[in-house]
Design a protein around this ligand. Structure first.
Ligand code: KG4
Ligand code: ZN
Length: 319
């Protein structure tokens, strides 16, 4: 059998990532992140991210070439993240992918980053076990949406945030508690169910088709932190983080539950950086769907080129 190979490039935010998929299996990936550098700025600065992509893209490509056993001319196509993302960062990946495809005289596949996140769990699952339609919650630093996925090319938006993305809220709360960037993993590490004792959330409206909205909630948590500081009261950081995480995860899972019930869809999935959250994974499993698709490999929740390769392979080779 002829091998079917696609190389993929992902540069939408602060990770420079290149992967190769061969006959439907991701065989290699190299990701170089600028998160430590972004940490010194307290968040992602687009120009800094783009400069790091320019520095890292050739080393990442060379690492992949060194590791895998394919000749460049065995590649059937070049895929890359075309949108959405930081424009200056996307441009670096686009220039690289376009040049490579031209040089090799191979097709160029433009991939929507969000569609990559939606199908990222396939890294650990067999495509033949996948059942449509499924509900997909994508929660990251830039997006919070729920989709109804009928097929790889028929994807309906059911809900999306009107303001902040949920990862952004994790990052801002963590920053106000001096926990560094990205904030999600730091808050997650401090989570203790016995310490989720503060109620920040006044109205629990998430079981409805109301659009996600996190900015008012974020302000309530930040106000609480500022007031404690102003009164020179000590901050009980694990209690704040545990309470916040419990409430925000509740908002996400209640919304998914609403769509499961009203649309009678019992296959669900999660993706995006926040999908790595331990409590979110736990609560999503508790919804007892017929099929629950969660990226088993944590690295597949965040930005990575493997998911871009997986989606490109689905639409190009249907495998
Ligand atoms: O998908 P991603 O890597 O990049 C974007 O496309 O935005 O998501 C990054 C976001 C950050 O906001 C980060 O704090 C959050 O995902 N994140 C988490 C966890 N790990 C990463 N949020 C909550 N819990 C985690 N364990
Ligand atoms: Zn992402």
């Amino acid at each position: 059998m002829n091998t079917k190979n696609i190389i993929s490039i992902e540069t939408s935010c602060d990770d420079t990532s290149i992967a190769i998929i061969s006959n439907g299996k991701v065989i290699d990936m190299c990701t170089l992140t600028s998160a430590q550098i972004q940490n010194t700025y307290g968040g992602v600065v687009p120009e800094v991210a783009a400069r790091e992509h320019e520095k890292n893209i050739i080393p990442a490509f060379n690492t992949i070439l060194k590791n895998h056993k394919l000749d460049l001319h065995d590649l059937d196509a070049v895929a890359y993240t075309a949108c959405p993302g930081l424009r200056v960062s996307l441009n670096v990946g686009e220039a690289f992918a376009t040049t490579l495809a031209k040089y090799l005289n191979k097709p160029l596949i433009k991939v929507n980053h969000i569609y990559g996140h939606i199908f990222s769990f396939l890294y650990d699952y067999d495509l033949k076990d996948l059942q449509y339609p499924f509900l997909s919650l994508i929660a990251s630093g830039g997006h919070t949406s729920i989709f109804k996925v009928n097929s790889p090319t028929d994807i309906e938006v059911l809900n999306e945030t009107q303001d902040d993305a949920v990862g952004e809220v994790f990052d801002k709360i963590a920053r106000s508690l001096s926990l560094g960037y990205p904030g999600g993993p730091a808050i997650d590490k401090l989570y203790d169910p016995n310490k989720a004792t503060i109620t920040f959330l006044k109205n629990k409206h998430s079981y409805s088709d109301d659009k996600f909205s996190f900015s008012g909630y974020k302000t309530q948590v930040l106000n609480y932190i500022n007031q404690q500081n102003m009164k020179s009261l000590s901050l009980d950081i694990p209690t704040i983080c545990s309470s916040f995480q419990a409430e925000i995860v509740g908002m996400l899972t209640n919304k998914i539950k609403y769509y499961m019930d009203t649309l009678n869809i019992h296959n669900i999935s999660i993706g995006g950086g926040v999908a790595a959250n331990s409590l979110l994974q736990q609560e999503i499993k508790k919804l007892n769907a017929q099929n629950t698709y969660i990226p088993k490999t944590k690295m597949l929740c965040g930005d990575n080129a493997a998911m871009i390769a997986i989606y490109a392979n689905l639409i190009y080779f249907n495998m």
